[in-house]
Design a protein around this ligand. Structure first.
Ligand SMILES: Nc1nc2c(ncn2[C@@H]2O[C@H](COP(=O)(O)OP(=O)(O)OP(=O)(O)O)[C@@H](O)[C@H]2O)c(=O)[nH]1
Ligand SMILES: [Mg+2]
Length: 300
């Protein structure tokens, strides 16, 4: 019997826990079973009480106090401790049937998704090496408001790609906090980012023409306006690096984004359908027998 799960990941404050909460509310409204696992040892409060909580095993506060570690080192220690005590997960999840969607709420430290090999080991345990046999999908959240800024967009896309390559499980990327992108100009701009356009990294032809007419260079633009992060990516010295990064994203052509507005039931439902498809949730469900009372005709 397979189990089904989604691991909600992404940088600090991207809206992971908020998304988990609205996903749980949506599942409950649609009479689906879910099981909420908090894997953030520093989490403080939740809209829905977790069914399994890493803080019952180890809390970041205790680790920082007893081991003299800072918040990031402490988090890595907590995950290493979890990996040595995987029974905690096996015992907590073993009895779940294929009806359940297991939602893992992950911490936001970017180290976890880029180079520390703990998450790949955890994903392997959940999907293959343990007895749990969870069909797992990763949902990587990035804030839509950040993404409209090109430099942040490419760094976010690279971090999403790094998580995707490391984890080796089906992966969806989500732009969260869409409600904050109200401005029409930014909304229009956002379209180019949903399916990343590598040309975004190249200089705008109009800008090149303007600089030619003015006899200035991209570096002059940066010096004149150091706050403009778009310009930081455009200096001649960056051009080869930019092209290489754009080529990398294009060659993988695997990063595209779904839009999430947690206030909007339909938007949450649409993302759930993607998750269901990724893990083939519906294919595994047994036809359900309706309970007797559901057969009863309503009384006239
Ligand atoms: N406007 C708006 N705010 C949001 C949305 N999602 C989350 N937030 C706010 O963003 C902040 C961070 O949200 P969380 O859900 O705690 O983010 P997180 O990714 O779980 O954060 P960490 O676990 O600390 O990494 C909170 O103040 C939320 O209220 C959204 O869709 N729209
Ligand atoms: Mg959180």
């Amino acid at each position: 019997m397979s189990k089904f799960g989604v691991m909600v990941m992404g940088p600090a404050g991207a809206g992971k826990s908020t998304f988990c909460a609205s996903l749980i509310t949506h599942l409950q409204l649609n009479r689906r079973s879910c099981f909420y696992v908090n894997l953030d040892p520093a989490a403080e409060s939740f809209e829905h009480t977790p069914d399994l909580d890493i803080r019952e095993l180890i809390s970041l506060e205790d680790v920082m106090e007893e081991m003299g570690l800072g918040p990031n080192g402490g988090l890595i220690y907590c995950f290493e401790f979890l990996m040595e005590n995987l029974d905690f997960l096996t015992e907590g999840l073993d009895s779940l049937t294929e009806e359940y969607l297991i939602i893992f709420d992950m911490p936001g430290q970017i180290e976890l998704y880029t180079h520390v090999p703990i998450l790949p080991a955890l994903a392997r345990f959940l999907t293959r090496t343990g007895n749990l046999d969870i069909r797992l999908c990763a949902a990587y959240l990035l804030e839509a408001t950040f993404v409209v800024d090109r430099a942040k967009f490419f760094s976010g896309t690279l971090s999403a790609m790094s998580a995707m390559i490391m984890l080796e499980v089906p992966h969806i990327n989500i732009l969260s906090k869409m409600d904050l992108v109200k401005d029409q100009v930014r909304k229009k701009d956002l379209k180019r980012f949903i399916t990343p356009d590598p040309l975004l990294l190249d200089d705008d032809p109009a800008e090149i023409a303007r600089r030619k007419a003015e006899g200035t260079s991209a570096e002059d633009d940066i010096l004149a306006n150091p706050q403009d992060t778009d310009a930081v990516m455009k200096g001649a010295s960056f051009r080869r690096l930019n092209r290489a990064v754009a080529g990398l994203i294009e060659n993988f052509s695997m990063v595209s984004y779904l839009k999430l507005d947690v206030q909007n039931e339909e938007s949450v439902g649409a993302i759930l359908s993607y998750i269901d498809d990724c893990i083939q949730y519906h294919e595994a469900q047994e036809p359900k027998e309706l309970k007797d009372e559901e057969f009863d005709e309503p009384e006239e």
